[in-house]
Ligand binder design. Structure first.
Ligand SMILES: [Zn+2]
Length: 113
């Protein structure tokens, strides 16, 4: 039972942002809070994959504190290479350790590897 239920103060819950009833609200979900890059350490590695493929791997940046799809897109275009989001991080095709290290440190991340 809600406070003031049945009284004139008993109003159905409304969205804080658009003022619509929560059932009618179409606001996008609030963006996830970002962790400042300065407080994160990206762990870089170059690893071999099947059939001799080499990939540059970035780990240690949690998806809930970073715009990983955006970051990956920047890395891919800077490296001129394909890449993918993985469960434990990001993968860029080829050995781009220097470029990835440079880009991430420019963005403010601490780097290991
Ligand atoms: Zn809303």
């Amino acid at each position: 039972m809600r406070l003031f239920e049945g009284t004139q103060f008993d109003r159905p819950p409304r969205c804080d942002r658009c003022g619509e009833l929560e059932t009618a609200c179409t606001c996008p979900p609030a963006p996830a809070p970002r962790i400042p890059p300065q407080k994160q350490t990206a762990k870089l590695a170059v690893e071999k994959r099947a059939r001799g493929k080499v990939v540059t791997v970035v780990r240690g940046l949690p998806a809930e504190g970073n715009d990983l799809p955006g970051l990956l897109a920047q890395l891919k275009s800077a490296c001129g290479a394909g890449g993918a989001l993985k469960e434990d991080g990001m993968e860029i095709q080829g050995n781009h350790l220097e470029r990835v290290r440079h880009m991430l440190s420019e963005a403010g991340y601490r780097i290991r590897g």
